[in-house]
Write a protein that binds this ligand. Structure first.
Ligand SMILES: Nc1ncnc2c1ncn2[C@@H]1O[C@H](COP(=O)(O)OP(=O)(O)O)[C@@H](O)[C@H]1O
Ligand SMILES: [Mg+2]
Length: 332
């Protein structure tokens, strides 16, 4: 695994204009992804995960503004013009969305969707692109790949379409793949297979991965580090195992208690955390989770808790973090 950071996001703010006022969708997020590493981003629906991913890609709507810094391979992406970003999309950073129905072109056969980007970005010949397309379908575990190359997206099952989406994203050999809730629309068993596939490919290709999900259970086993987002800010950031086994933020702890494990998802009722996200246009001045937090005091209402890192590189933005169990994290 090569050393150093591929992506460095520093104090990113992404504000969007709306009839209700300015939505502070991302409001001061700092995180990084090393070369060849996988970062999970988790948080309830509406916490700003997708906007953060789109801000990193430079895919924000015109009525929005991004400030802070997004450095990719040492280059500041927020300063780039549309044309320069287009050079990066697909080739250096690729994205997989929740709904392959919207990302795949319904009237274009699978083969052309796979070869188009390769021919444009990598400049390979038609026959080279075709043979790479076949290999990609094999790599993402699509059975009978020759036949699938000639298929249209609607002729494939949801799981197969999502595999094809991943193959399209991998076609130009990106350094970073951003997968935004890539399996939410799928059946539980297929979800697991697709996530295992993403992790295997990420490790084999030594690619970096940002895996976004509302489910910490899903993400923890498939990533090296996890960032927990709440109401546009980071609540917690650390090694996936540490965050999962020893959550320090009261929100992370509540999130884990509220989400059933993937195996039980079908049967258990979703036990959501009481209360709801604060207003994204007028967030409270203090900790954004305070109104829902069992440990909140007056301190939490007065100012935003800073992100404080522990010796084990596990950072938490909470005035009353969950107690660390003695010794366990030290020296890890
Ligand atoms: N195009 C948009 N215009 C206005 N508000 C938006 C837009 N996209 C997202 N938002 C708002 O930004 C916040 C974060 O949304 P999002 O990033 O989609 O959350 P998540 O992906 O974590 O579910 C939400 O309050 C959402 O309503
Ligand atoms: Mg989202």
């Amino acid at each position: 695994m090569s050393e150093g950071k591929l992506l460095e996001v520093d104090d990113l703010h992404a504000y969007i204009g709306s009839p209700r006022g300015v939505v502070k969708a991302v409001d001061g997020v700092s995180l990084s992804i090393d070369h060849g590493a996988a970062l999970g981003v988790v948080g309830e629906s509406g916490s700003g995960k997708s906007v953060m991913a789109r801000a990193v890609m430079g895919l924000m709507p015109s009525n929005s503004a991004c400030t802070g810094s997004v450095r990719f391979n040492g280059r500041e992406l927020l300063d780039l013009k549309r044309k320069e970003l287009e050079e990066i999309w697909g080739k250096q950073i690729a994205m997989v969305f929740q709904d392959p129905g919207r990302s795949l072109n319904p009237v274009v056969r699978v083969e052309r969707q796979l070869t188009e980007g390769m021919r444009r970005h990598l400049g390979v010949s038609r026959s080279e692109a075709q043979s790479r397309a076949l290999n990609l379908l094999v790599e993402v575990g699509v059975p009978d790949p020759e036949r699938r190359l000639r298929a249209y997206p609607h002729e494939l099952s949801g799981g197969m379409r999502q595999r094809v989406m991943i193959a399209v994203a991998l076609a130009c050999e990106p350094d970073l793949l951003i997968a935004d809730e890539p399996t939410t629309a799928l059946d539980v068993t297929i979800q697991r297979q697709v996530l295992d596939l993403l992790r295997r490919i990420q490790l084999e290709r030594r690619m970096s991965l940002m895996l976004i999900s509302h489910d910490l259970h899903v993400v923890a086993g498939q990533t090296d580090r996890v960032a927990v987002m709440y109401a546009g800010r980071l609540a917690e950031l650390g090694a996936s195992r540490a965050v999962f086994e020893q959550p320090r933020h009261q929100y992370t702890s509540a999130l884990l208690a509220a989400t059933p494990t993937i195996e039980h998802e079908r049967h258990a009722p979703l036990n959501v955390i009481r209360g709801s996200l604060p207003s994204p246009t007028e967030p409270p001045p203090g900790c954004r989770f305070a109104a829902r937090c069992p440990a909140a005091t007056d301190t939490c209402q007065s100012g935003q808790p800073p992100m404080i890192a522990t010796v084990s590189d596990h950072a938490v933005a909470c005035f009353h973090p969950v107690a660390e169990r003695a010794g366990e994290l030290v020296g890890r």
